[in-house]
Design a protein around this ligand. Structure first.
Ligand code: FRU
Length: 485
């Protein structure tokens, strides 16, 4: 076994103090410095939430993947722990890729993909195999001597020998279920299912689920969990149609049944998990009250990261954790209730007709805003956020399209674009719950049936908030709180 806790990587130490705070988020998890992507090993263990993440501690771009580690009692305030996994073994020397965590006999196990690049032979230029590390104190992890526990030889026919990654392990029906991202080698994404009694010996069971041809050519970061009498399967397909999904990589969620005998998932309905720009590789966990919580990487592959180009020393963050609930037959994602403990300086406006643009007497760069309105005869109605200096980020309802638009074309520096989400009015009214942080906006519509997440990079002075209507709308209620940790 190897002790892989790295607390004193010299380059990491050398970087201390070089992080520019300008766009650092106030209530979202980021790496201490360097780059982060996918959430990994999300678990409620020994009374605390542990969240690991894909991490390059040396630079603010993707690179040799380590697992960063943070803990929290409430999913809002995080404390950093030493890096949990570092790529230091022959089977993971080019990266400890994404994976999950599970508790067994009181110990914390991490199951991850060991990534090794090699000179290309017949198109196979890297090898991905599944590995396990264990800890007694949830700080220092030891890689097992049996690694890799699921090897290239264990990949079935009809599955890529190359893309074989992101194990998510769950205890279902008295066994450990591992779902893995894969593709069929012929252009369709799929997830593979393996089962085990001890986390070390794994048996291939079946292709759990597969794209019908519209859901990408490779699947990353699958997750399978029970919800009531159903099962939920989440996955992040690559190379989907960006005209449909905003980006070429997206995250979808399916609700259906698990055929435990055959090892297959039968989807009854599917939905997009987020209609914005920056939401990928979500992972879930369950807390001691049975609450299912999902967190995703708040970024997108291929998107510009101003915190890197401006040499701010960091890039990447997690979304606000979201509770998964089924409401009126739809799967909804709601901000975790703990965030409400951080509300400060309440501001309210009630029952007024909105025509044209109204500037609010309050502003900021880290707040929650809830707007409940009836569009009435307005063609468009909504909010302008982070307003100032020619900058604004628009979130508004378009009556004749029944959509909500998130427009970041005038937001500031960084990536641009307009995202649209379908929305149904509820008895003629619409509720928008918006979370703004230093460089992010997350919009929850209704009860969380639809969510839109995006990164924006306005100047520090752009803190104005406006509400506007083209035509006349009725605002039932507008509430705002600063969010302070
Ligand atoms: C998803 C992903 C995973 C992989 C990891 C590497 O964003 O591509 O499939 O394990 O990132 O950092």
């Amino acid at each position: 076994m190897s002790d892989c806790s790295v607390q004193n990587i010299p380059a990491v130490q050398a970087n201390v103090g070089e992080v520019n705070p300008q766009y650092r988020l106030n209530y979202h998890l980021m790496g201490e410095r360097g780059w982060i992507n996918d959430p990994n090993g999300f678990i409620f263990y020994d009374g605390k939430f542990h969240l690991f993440y894909q991490h390059n501690p040396y630079d603010s771009v993707w690179g040799p993947m380590h697992w960063g580690h943070a803990v929290s009692a409430d999913l809002v305030s995080w404390e950093y722990l030493p890096i949990a996994l570092t790529p230091d073994m022959p089977y993971d020397k080019d990266g400890c890729f994404s994976g999950s965590a599970i508790e067994k006999d009181g110990k914390l196990y991490l199951i991850y993909t060991g990534h090794v690049t090699k000179p290309s032979e017949g198109g196979i230029d890297f090898v991905q195999q599944q590995c396990v590390a264990v800890s007694n104190d949830a700080i220092t992890f030891h890689k097992l001597a049996q690694n890799p526990v699921v090897r290239t030889e264990d990949i079935p026919n009809l599955a890529s020998k190359r893309d074989f990654r992101d194990p998510k392990v769950n205890f279902i029906n008295g066994e450990y279920f591992m779902v893995l991202g894969s593709n069929d080698g012929a252009g369709r994404g799929q997830a593979l299912l393996y089962t085990s009694a001890d986390l070390i010996h794994w048996r291939f069971r079946n292709i759990l689920a597969k794209s019908d041809g519209t859901l990408g050519d490779n699947w990353e970061c699958p997750d399978l969990f029970p919800s009531g009498n159903s099962f939920v399967f989440m996955v992040s397909p690559q190379n989907v149609d960006p005209d449909v999904y905003q980006n070429t990589n997206t995250s979808v969620c399916m609700v259906g049944d698990l055929d435990v005998e055959n090892g297959t998932f039968i989807s009854k309905y599917a939905c997009r998990m987020d209609y914005g720009f920056d939401f990928y590789a979500p992972q879930s966990t369950v807390d001691s009250n049975g609450r299912r919580i999902v967190v995703a990487w708040m970024n997108a592959w291929g998107s510009e990261n101003p915190t890197h180009t401006l040499r701010h020393g960091w890039a990447g963050a997690m979304t606000l954790p979201r509770e998964v609930v089924i409401r009126r037959g739809s799967i909804c994602f709601q901000p975790i209730s703990e965030i409400e403990q951080y509300r400060r300086n309440p501001f309210t406006m009630r029952a007024f007709e909105l025509e044209g643009t109204v500037s609010l007497p309050v502003g900021g760069d880290s707040y929650e805003l809830v707007l409940s309105l009836e569009p009435k005869d307005a063609a468009e109605v909504g909010l302008k956020l982070r307003v100032g200096d020619g900058e604004e980020t628009l979130i508004y309802y378009v009556s004749n399209e029944s959509t909500v638009v998130f427009d970041r074309n005038q937001s500031g520096i960084g990536p641009k674009g307009v995202a649209r989400a379908p929305v149904k009015l509820d008895n003629g009214s619409l509720t928008l719950r918006v979370f703004v942080d230093r460089c992010s906006v997350e919009v929850f519509l209704g009860e969380g049936e639809t969510v839109m997440t995006g990164l924006i990079y306005p100047s520090e002075q752009s803190t104005g908030i406006e509400s506007f209507a083209k035509g006349t709308a009725f605002v039932r209620d507008l509430r705002k709180w600063d969010l302070k940790i």
